[in-house]
Design a protein around this ligand. Structure first.
Ligand SMILES: [Zn+2]
Length: 461
């Protein structure tokens, strides 16, 4: 069955490329209110494609924002595993459009690359998922697994309605594994499986002193300067030597990492020189006692992002500003709870504040971290599928960034979530001249064909 599907995919490569072209021509930029009709057109395109390849119960379901498209094929029967695949049909804006060599919504092949907004993130990958399912259904009449496909339209605006949509359909979406096909390879030779993400607590500290700006010659020495106070507070958030976060209780819930995971991560080469070259810093830094890879993915961090206010123009002005503020975020790891961390942060900051000023702490955003066991059978099956399609074993690492839908899927569906994809680091995702390396589009289709088969062969599913 797998061989039939693989040969079908190879014979229909051109048709799959053309279908992707049609999908890419729809300017489905989710953040633009004027793109509402295009968002519907893209959702309709996905629904039509699902029906055309033979998925059932296809529906475009409305949300408070852009609709979610759903389709399923459950013909493998109740004893076969059920895989839920997630992708998104919305794309990022195209500005600055003058930097595009060819128009962003006119898919253009140059060399081995297909250029268009969404080619790599994520329409090319959604198309690979559809093409792999089509290859089985057309060539063998069936899939080795039950398949549930969720393609949403709000990923690029942080999926505000997806968790509620999933929560309302827990039974219908029940599955043994969730595959998020929306990322890329470590480098052109090495596929990558992300088995976790960091969460976030994004905070703002506001220090209010006098009712209005004062002259430092008249009142300097008589009242506290909100900037001086703010800087003293900020300086106490992190130890300058060990780089550990000093908020009491911050590390209490950090789950220890086992030696096997540390060993896997150590296989991904990341040296002091790499970091220098990538960033231009004179010397990298980070939390004492951890490797570069660990600091960047499985340890929590704290960063100050901006301190607006006061006088910042050229020359000098001896103002004693009435107000100072700072934006600070913390990347969090399992099992830190973002709401609890925000509370610990607020409490600690308020405890550092003198009674000569008013300090307020606001929470600007919270997102939960996630991790899944890389030994889970559904993850190991993906490792073998990537090996079969790309001829190389994948690297495993948790992502350093934040993708809240992973924790939502995990909690709501109680299934392992695997994040992988066929993009390359140089695909210009979210930037002008986004493209997908076409050999990876075709290998992606083959990888998914292998994955559906390998998942079905997993013992214990
Ligand atoms: Zn994406």
């Amino acid at each position: 069955m797998r061989d039939l599907a693989l040969s079908y995919a190879r014979e229909h490569a051109q048709a799959h490329l053309e279908a992707l072209g049609d999908f890419l021509r729809i300017p489905s930029v989710s953040t633009l209110p004027e793109a509402a009709a295009d968002m519907h057109a893209a959702a309709q395109w996905v629904a039509d494609a699902m029906r055309r390849i033979g998925l059932e119960a296809v529906e475009i379901s409305p949300t408070a924002g852009h609709p979610v498209v759903y389709g399923q094929w459950l013909g493998a029967g109740p004893t076969a595993p059920t895989l839920l695949v997630y992708g998104h049909y919305d794309v990022q804006p195209v500005d600055p459009v003058e930097l595009w060599t060819s128009p962003p919504f006119e898919p253009t092949v140059r060399g081995e690359e297909l250029y268009a907004r969404g080619a790599s993130d994520d329409k090319g990958q959604v198309m690979a998922v559809l093409a792999a399912a089509e290859s089985y259904l057309a060539a063998a009449g069936r899939l080795p697994v039950n398949l549930k496909l969720v393609v949403e339209g709000e990923e690029e605006i942080s999926s505000p309605n997806l968790a509620a949509w999933v929560a309302e359909r827990r039974e219908r979406l029940a599955c043994d594994a969730v595959l998020i096909c929306d990322s890329g390879m470590l480098n052109p030779q090495t596929p990558l499986i992300n088995h976790g993400t960091r969460g976030m607590a994004y905070m703002e500290i506001e220090v209010q002193g006098p009712a209005g700006d004062l002259h430092s010659g008249t009142f300097g020495g008589l009242v506290d300067n909100p900037f001086n106070v703010l800087v003293r507070i900020l300086a106490q958030l992190q130890d300058g030597r060990t780089r550990r976060v000093l908020i009491p209780g911050f590390y209490d819930r950090v789950r220890p990492v086992d030696e096997e995971e540390r060993a896997l991560l150590a296989r991904i080469p990341l040296t002091e020189d790499d970091i220098r070259r990538l960033t231009g810093v004179p010397k990298p830094a980070g939390e004492e006692g951890f490797t570069w890879g660990e600091r960047g993915t499985l340890r929590p961090t704290l960063d100050i992002h901006g301190i607006p206010g006061g006088f910042t123009g050229p020359g000098k002005k001896t103002v004693l500003p009435a107000r100072a503020a700072a934006k600070v975020s913390m990347r969090l790891v399992p099992d830190q709870d973002p709401a609890e961390i925000a509370e610990l942060f607020s409490r600690y900051v308020r405890s550092l504040a003198p009674d000569t000023v008013t300090v307020q702490v606001h929470t600007l955003g919270l997102a939960r971290p996630s991790v899944i066991d890389f030994r889970a059978p559904a993850v190991q099956a993906m490792a073998r599928a990537l090996q079969a399609a790309f001829g190389a074993a994948p690297a495993f690492m948790r992502g350093g960034g934040t993708l809240p839908i992973i924790a939502d899927f995990q909690d709501l569906l109680r299934a392992p979530v695997i994040l992988t994809g066929f993009g390359l680091p140089g695909d210009n995702v979210h930037a002008p001249n986004e493209h997908i390396y076409l050999p990876n589009f075709y290998r992606g289709i083959e990888c998914l064909i292998h994955y559906y088969a390998l998942l079905a062969e997993q013992p214990g599913q």
